[in-house]
Design a protein around this ligand. Structure first.
Ligand code: NAD
Length: 494
């Protein structure tokens, strides 16, 4: 099934003006590489500087705009994004490869978060006045300044709006740079939101490393909000260190699902949730369960039932076929990387089992399709187990006791999310000893995500938190104004 369409052309937004460039990215349709989904600009370093200057200039007035007005503008933007959703979800599916239901899910989470941020902005940003025995203290939550937001390709809408809403509501201005692997729908969303704000408040640039380096090193940028790979984050930290920028980093993960012996392998709904937590968006989610440890006493039965559930749920094909649950992988580089991990596991003696059905066999050779696989018989230290695959494959390994599985979990350099499956009290006991930003019980990945609570990683999975009140406050600086009654300290001599 191919969906012929005219390629869309998106532009950058610098100081309220739409900018097109001579050089541009061609974004192919990952389900049919002969089709072009659209074109995005490739901005220069000079244009990145212009965008930063526009945001810096706009900050001078935007920071004083009352929070009520900021909320009102954001609510108007939300309404416009909602109205454009049918067209936008289709564009996201086309350029990304995720099925329509998945694209709709991404928009739903994005809107939920933006609404949460609007609903809570007034209370979160309100100044506190404390009267105490030493006088009075006023605590204000001030905006930081120009925020550089840099986002990856896997969830371009939610990982952009997760930054835009709290940053602008708090009085910051922003320059956002999406990934060239999914630049179209997000540009449309930013265009809609930006049109509700004064020029320069929300800017959009596209580009390569030179643009990224400018956005992360320019002295007029006060904060970096980055989601992407851990390797990229290391160069960003270096670039930002010269001017000590504030930073939120949401990075890679190697999230584990731990299946306890109290897990009921005959619970079909739970098994389905687990399969989804491994393969939604073809496994290209930071918080997908990327390694599964199963208690040895139920391992054989578990694997049999897991394969049954996977074969029922996994239907690979065109993102526009309503029966499809998994589309193509987003880009050829990712296919190559995931395949290299699978080949490596095979060469070490692992068994690789294909899961599900390809229900659009005619398009299989036209795009970046990979049939999902299960990998059995790996060693605990094999690359497919310890690296982040970020694709449609998952290793399942047995473990013998709680101490061993907690150690296996915590040995990782990552700690984004994790999940424990089984009787609640056992699962919670283990969860308390796990090193991760979020641990879910009897569910995993986006199924257990709640935008009302903070989300982020420990160790090399990140710095700081997004979502929740904590995520909103990361776009503010706390300012304390002390008005003591005792103005001079008694122990300082005359
Ligand atoms: P990536 O790190 O390659 O790219 C992310 C963004 O950084 C892109 O916009 C890219 O153009 C830009 N970039 C590249 N080099 C740069 C530089 N030197 N300076 C500034 N910007 C630069 O990541 P990706 O391949 O797009 O996304 C996949 C990764 O993102 C995975 O590791 C995944 O786990 C991670 N991720 C994390 C979360 C989270 O919330 N923790 C969510 C989604 C994805």
């Amino acid at each position: 099934m191919t969906v012929a369409t005219e390629p869309i052309v998106v532009h950058s937004i610098i100081g309220g003006k739409q900018v097109l460039t001579e050089k541009r990215y061609t974004r192919e349709n990952p389900a049919n590489l002969k089709e072009v989904a659209g074109y995005a600009p490739v901005n220069t370093k000079e244009e990145a500087i212009e965008a930063i200057e526009a945001a810096y200039h706009a900050f001078g007035t935007w920071k004083w705009v009352p929070v009520e007005e900021r909320i009102e503008r954001m609510r108007r933007a939300i309404a416009k994004v909602k109205a454009a959703m049918p067209e936008l979800t289709r564009l996201l599916s086309l350029e990304h490869g995720k099925p329509l239901y998945d694209a709709e899910g991404e928009f739903a989470v994005s809107l939920m978060w933006m609404e949460f941020a609007c609903d809570n902005a007034k209370e979160v940003l309100q100044e506190e006045v404390k009267e105490h025995e030493k006088g009075k203290t006023i605590i204000t939550h001030d905006p930081i300044g120009v925020v550089s937001a840099i986002t990856p390709w896997n969830y371009p809408i939610s990982l952009s709006t997760i930054k835009i809403a709290p940053a602008l509501l708090a009085g910051n201005t922003m320059v956002l740079k999406p990934s060239p692997f999914a630049p179209l729908a997000v540009s449309k969303v930013v265009e809609i939101i930006s049109s509700e704000f004064p020029p320069g408040v929300l800017n959009l640039v596209h580009g390569e490393a030179d643009v990224g380096v400018e956005l992360t090193s320019n002295p007029k940028v006060a904060k970096i909000a980055f989601t992407g790979g851990t390797k990229t984050a290391k160069s960003i930290m270096k670039a930002a260190s010269e001017t000590i920028k504030k930073m939120t980093l949401e990075l890679g993960g190697n999230d584990a699902a731990i299946i306890l012996k109290s897990f009921d392998v005959n619970d079909e709904r739970a098994m389905r949730r687990l399969v989804i937590s491994n393969f939604l968006t073809a496994g290209q989610i930071c918080m997908i369960a990327k390694r599964v440890y199963v208690h040895r006493s139920i391992y054989e039965a578990f694997v049999t039932k897991y394969i049954d559930a996977a074969n029922k749920w996994i239907r690979v094909g065109s993102p526009f076929n309503p029966n499809v649950t998994i589309g193509p992988v987003n880009n050829a580089g990712q296919v190559k990387y995931v395949q290299s991990l699978i080949d490596d596991a095979k060469s070490r003696g692992a068994e690789v089992i294909k899961l599900g059905k390809v229900i659009d066999p005619d398009i299989n050779d036209q795009g970046n399709f990979m049939q999902p696989t299960l990998v059995l018989g790996c060693d605990y230290n094999d690359p497919i187990v310890v690296e982040e695959q970020f694709g449609p494959t998952v290793p399942i390994l047995p473990f013998d006791d709680e101490e061993q599985v907690i150690a296996l979990h915590n040995e990782s350099i990552y700690g984004l999310t994790s999940s424990v499956w089984g009787k609640e009290e056992d699962a919670v006991r283990i969860a308390r000893r796990i090193e991760a930003g979020t641990t879910m019980i009897n569910t995993a990945a986006v199924q257990g995500l709640d935008v009302r609570f903070p989300f982020g990683g420990v160790k090399q999975s990140g710095v700081g938190r997004e979502y929740g009140v904590e995520g909103m406050l990361t776009y503010t600086e706390t300012h304390v104004i002390n008005i003591p009654t005792m103005l001079e300290l008694p122990y300082i001599p005359e």
